[in-house]
Design a binder for this molecule. Sequence first.
Ligand SMILES: Nc1nc2c(ncn2[C@@H]2O[C@H](COP(=O)(O)OP(=O)(O)O)[C@@H](O)[C@H]2O)c(=O)[nH]1
Ligand SMILES: [Mg+2]
Length: 241
Amino acid sequence: MLVNVTIPVYNEEKILGSSIATLHAFLTKHCRFEWEIVIADNASTDRTLGVAHQLVREYPGVRVVHLDQKGRGRALKKVWTESPADILSYMDVDLSSNLYAFPPLIEALISGGFDIGIGSRLLKASTTRRSLKREAISRAYNLLVKGFFTTKFSDAQCGFKALTRKAAQDLLPKVEDTGWFFDTELLVIGEKLGYRIFDLPVSWIEDLDTRVKIVRTAIDDIKGLIRVRRSFSKGKYQKQN
Ligand SMILES: Nc1nc2c(ncn2[C@@H]2O[C@H](COP(=O)(O)OP(=O)(O)O)[C@@H](O)[C@H]2O)c(=O)[nH]1
Ligand SMILES: [Mg+2]
């Protein structure tokens, strides 16, 4: 059993080293499976790629994938498609989700019969510390997703997710978005096709350093919701066994 942990990065030279050190120590101590850490860099214009190569030399089990074009979804799709791992996961480099949620997230897939695991900041048991603005946008967006698709998963956008190789092989080719809407598209198509989603409350502390352009992302998200709903009404998605 090999577990992939992808860390998508865009201009993260400052935090990358300490986050990989923390994650590496955590997995060494608390992950009972074999694992790999993949730093996925797109188009960073700072020293991120250099720092990443240095980390590969320092830590066993770490590798780097570089893409020229931006987009977190693009990076995840490439790394997950090419990884030999049985479980594919990612977490944001700022480690905003408490790492102790990681073992239960992957156990749900390995022995709990779930296909996709997501961290959630919106369940009763979640403890979330973030700005009022981000909290309000997140709640409104997730209500909109439920309004569009009557889906049950609670938090589309938390940067803490995992899925099985089998689910990935079926779902990833169906997901078109290459940016922030990638996560929502994966979850909506997944739930609608009958994949079981494990919704895990996390303890989340917002890191104020953000790459998200809120207005631009909101417009892209709404366009994405409309596109995916059209595709459903045309019967575009079929589950592959
Ligand atoms: N590979 C890749 N990662 C990205 C890109 N944009 C953002 N990220 C990463 O996505 C994660 C979440 O970004 P962040 O700015 O913290 O989002 P926020 O927490 O929602 O404000 C971080 O690890 C970023 O470095 C991108 O274009 N490509
Ligand atoms: Mg963040």
